[in-house]
Write a protein that binds this ligand. Structure first.
Ligand SMILES: *Cc1c(COP(=O)(O)O)cnc(C)c1O
Length: 435
């Protein structure tokens, strides 16, 4: 790898005859040639801050790419704030899952999200976003970007095409009044903890009508946080999103042992994000990138098993007398939401809301009696986690906003892992008995 520096991962086999290889297959070797690293089957971890140039002319050429003098990024390894072999291989593999031209990895999901917003938004601009967003994302837009003259217009996750058309016009008018533009449409689907899905196709149609389609140079990019269903159960680029964002900390990392993030999309959107990452830093470190490559080898297996477990556990929970209701994408009761699900999702995920009959005391008793499931925030790991958003992740959300979002004191957030499903049911059964 190191003796022929290259920005793009090494060309590898992505098809056999007419058969295009699936992401699950590509995760084992895509972008890595063992023969360039002493035959090491797995990529070594490249712990270096800087890379030797083959010649002075190469050094100049690489920097022309880094600084944007030549578009499309650099074709050589330069310095570890910009890129590195582990990160390049990882980015090539992440792009495969999303059907994106390029991916960029970051030290956390929030770094990815903040750099993305800062890339596209300037003073006077307006960001259009679905709500609710992950609290830190919503806070960055409302509290930090506002200090730089960027404002926002938000809409509820389930908004229809007609409602979205109105939102786009509102945003346009607001931007014009502020002397700016609409910088980005930013989505999160399903919303946490309501599990409301965003109709990405309708957002794309509304965007196209208001600002022109994806190929229009004046258009507004649609970005989506796909952390809850990606990369397996939802491929938003297929439905009209331009940029996909992940907290890789969750399902992709999948073992609750690292923090990382990514952004993926067409090169024209990724180039400016890469430029700002080059300046600010925030690229994932080589060790984390290596861990993520290991995780990607099993991401389909893990997510499939977790999804099957969640279906079994939810079927059992739904019939339990101490359960008020479930917010689970496999049991949607709203026809509009079901229609969005059918068009956008290939699986219901393994993260859901469990409403225990009663209030905080009952929810606390349930959580305190769990023996297998761990009492912790986060999701998408091999182990089952449970938490109480009203008392934990959403504690600082004002009461009226909580009520609006349906974040009640009896809402337990559950992320099902890859344990034996019947063991999990036994655990929930004894914890519910203690309520
Ligand atoms: C966890 C999470 C984030 C933030 O990611 P970090 O890796 O913790 O920075 C963003 N969006 C969603 C939906 C998340 O669940």
């Amino acid at each position: 790898m190191a003796d022929t520096p290259a920005r793009k991962p090494k060309a590898s086999i992505t098809r056999i005859g007419n058969r295009e290889l699936s992401p699950a297959t590509l995760m084992m070797g895509h972008g890595y040639d063992p023969m360039l690293s002493e035959g090491s089957l797995k990529a070594p971890i490249f712990l270096t801050s800087t890379f030797a140039f083959p010649s002075a002319a190469d050094g100049k050429r690489f920097f022309e790419g880094i600084t944007g003098k030549v578009p499309g990024g650099t074709d050589g390894l330069v310095y570890s704030r910009f890129n590195g072999p582990n990160q390049q291989i990882l980015e090539g593999r992440l792009a495969v899952w999303d059907g994106a031209e390029e991916a960029l990895c970051f030290s956390s999901g929030m770094t990815a999200i903040c750099v993305l917003f800062m890339t596209f938004a300037s003073a006077g601009d307006v960001i259009v976003h679905s709500g609710p967003l992950y609290a830190a994302s919503e806070g960055f837009v409302a509290k930090t970007l506002s200090r730089f003259g960027v404002s926002y217009v938000d809409f509820p996750a389930g908004a229809t095409r007609a409602e979205l058309d109105v939102v786009m016009e509102q945003a346009k008018a607001k931007a014009a009044a502020q002397g700016g533009k609409v910088a980005m449409v930013y989505l999160e689907s399903p919303a946490n903890p309501t599990n409301a899905l965003v109709d990405v196709e309708a957002v794309r149609d509304a965007r196209d009508a208001a600002f022109g389609s994806a190929n229009d140079p004046q258009t507004v990019p649609i970005a989506i946080d796909n952390t809850f269903l990606g990369p397996l159960w939802s491929r938003p680029i297929d439905h009209g999103a331009d940029i996909v964002v992940y907290s890789l900390t969750k399902y992709v990392g999948g073992h609750s042992d690292l923090v990382a993030g990514s952004v993926s999309g067409a090169t024209k959107w990724m180039t400016p994000v890469r430029m700002l990452r080059n300046v600010m830093g925030g690229i994932a470190d080589p060790n984390t990138a290596w861990m993520l490559m290991r995780s990607l080898e099993t991401v389909e297996l893990r997510m499939t098993r977790a999804g099957e477990n969640a279906a079994k556990v939810c079927a059992w929970l739904a019939a339990h007398p101490k359960v008020e209701k479930l917010g689970y994408l496999g049991m949607i009761d709203d026809p509009r939401q079901q229609d969005i699900f059918d068009r956008h999702c290939s699986g219901a995920g393994s993260t859901f809301s469990l409403y225990i009959k009663g209030g905080e005391p009952e929810a606390f008793r349930f959580l305190d009696h769990l023996k297998i499931a761990k009492l912790a925030v986060s999701l998408g790991g091999t182990e089952t986690l449970a938490s109480l958003p009203a008392a934990m992740t959403h504690l600082s959300v004002p009461d009226e906003r909580k009520a609006q979002l349906g974040i009640t004191d009896n809402l337990v957030r559950v992320s099902i892992g890859i344990e034996d499903a019947d063991d999990l049911i036994a655990d929930f059964e004894q914890a519910l008995a203690a309520v």
